[in-house]
Design a protein around this ligand. Structure first.
Ligand SMILES: Nc1ncnc2c1ncn2[C@@H]1O[C@H](COP(=O)(O)OP(=O)(O)OP(=O)(O)O)[C@@H](O)[C@H]1O
Length: 333
């Protein structure tokens, strides 16, 4: 298994810099998730780590060894792609065995590795099938199996679940986490889905515009987002932002207060007056949508069911410990 270190990694395509000096340390056995909006550079950074894309500047170290000039094949990384990239004319067994055969590994060794991975991934009964005879989730497991048999130092995943339906995504999330626990491997996982990041990561790296905004555990980022971007990106539904003039007891220098929908409460004395424009009854919870001042959209999650209706006006507050204050630049106070 392996540590990974990025220092001052830069990537420029045709004079446009899209990765602006990224520094990151990944510990042995850590599950790290890169998350951020479309185009922020997640996939490019992963491809630079894998060796599929050269860095324009900075260093990549795996287990302390600088690998900038080491080819993808010799870095000891293996990548699982969104598209699975399976060979359609080969059986599941052959898809998993192919990489090892190319390396000249003995047949008996290949057989035992493929069988062990197939058992771990519940693919044993499917080894003779072709990819077209598998469900999306089974194909994704074959792609993961192909990685496992190579016993990489570093597992890289590029949005591996985005082609699966919602239910399957949830179960595959758990399977990949479980695999991580069993292999104890270092894994770097790219997604644009903050729920995936929250549920899977030991450590989340939030990227925006080719820069790291914040690195931390899921609950660090949820509880203490370092700026308004991270605050709005992590957590679902997203954090509400209100001009501070609306709030008593604001921190000095604050321009904006952030309140998560799950921390907002209805209270007759609440400082915010909310016009309700929509009510979603989910049974176990209810979500109110509306505005607190004309330009500030606001959502409240209430436990249980509610009689509040579209068109009602309610007063809203939040406990002091759940208020997030940001300065005019959006930095946390
Ligand atoms: N080969 C390339 N040539 C020029 N620009 C590129 C190339 N590959 C990526 N880019 C640009 O680099 C930026 C980052 O792309 P990247 O695919 O890394 O983003 P991403 O965060 O993975 O996005 P998504 O979630 O949409 O996949 C984008 O603006 C993209 O257009």
């Amino acid at each position: 298994m392996a540590t990974l270190e990025l220092s001052k990694v830069v990537k420029t395509f045709d004079k446009t810099t899209i990765i602006h000096g990224v520094d990151l340390q990944v510990a042995d056995g850590e599950f790290v998730v890169f998350v951020g909006p479309s185009g922020c550079g997640k996939s490019t950074l992963l491809r630079i780590i894998s060796g599929l894309e050269p860095a324009s500047g900075g260093d990549i170290r795996i287990d302390g060894q600088r690998v900038n000039d080491v080819s993808a094949a010799h870095r000891g990384c293996s990548m699982v792609f969104q598209s699975y990239a399976l060979y359609p004319h080969m059986s599941v067994y052959d898809n998993m065995a192919f990489g090892l055969e190319n390396l000249g590994v003995a047949k008996s060794v290949i057989e035992s590795k493929v069988n062990a991975a197939a058992t771990m991934l519940q693919l044993a009964p499917l080894l003779q099938r072709k990819p077209t005879q598998l469900s999306g989730g089974q194909r994704q497991r074959v792609a993961i199996g192909r990685s496992i048999v190579r016993e990489p130092k570093l597992f890289l995943f590029d949005e591996p679940l985005s082609n699966l339906d919602a239910e399957l995504r949830v179960s595959m999330r758990a399977e990949i986490r479980d695999l991580h626990a069993r292999l104890g491997a270092t894994m770097v996982y790219v997604t644009h889905d903050q729920v995936e990041a929250m549920t899977m990561a030991d450590k989340i790296v939030v990227l925006r515009g080719g820069r790291i905004e914040q690195v931390g555990s899921p609950l660090d980022l949820y509880n203490r987002p370092c700026n308004q971007f991270v605050a709005g990106f992590i957590g679902s539904p997203r954090m509400n932002f209100v001009p501070v003039a609306q709030m008593p007891r604001a921190k000095a220098g604050a321009a904006t207060v952030g309140i998560r929908p799950e921390h907002a409460q209805l209270s007759d004395q609440g400082p915010l007056s909310m016009q309700v424009s929509q009510v979603e009854q989910l049974g176990s919870t209810s979500i109110l949508h509306g505005n607190v001042v004309p330009e500030a959209a606001f959502e409240v999650i209430l436990p249980g069911q509610t009689r509040i209706q579209r068109g009602d006006t309610v007063r809203v507050s939040a406990p002091d410990e759940h208020l997030h204050f940001f300065d005019p630049q959006g930095l946390r106070l």
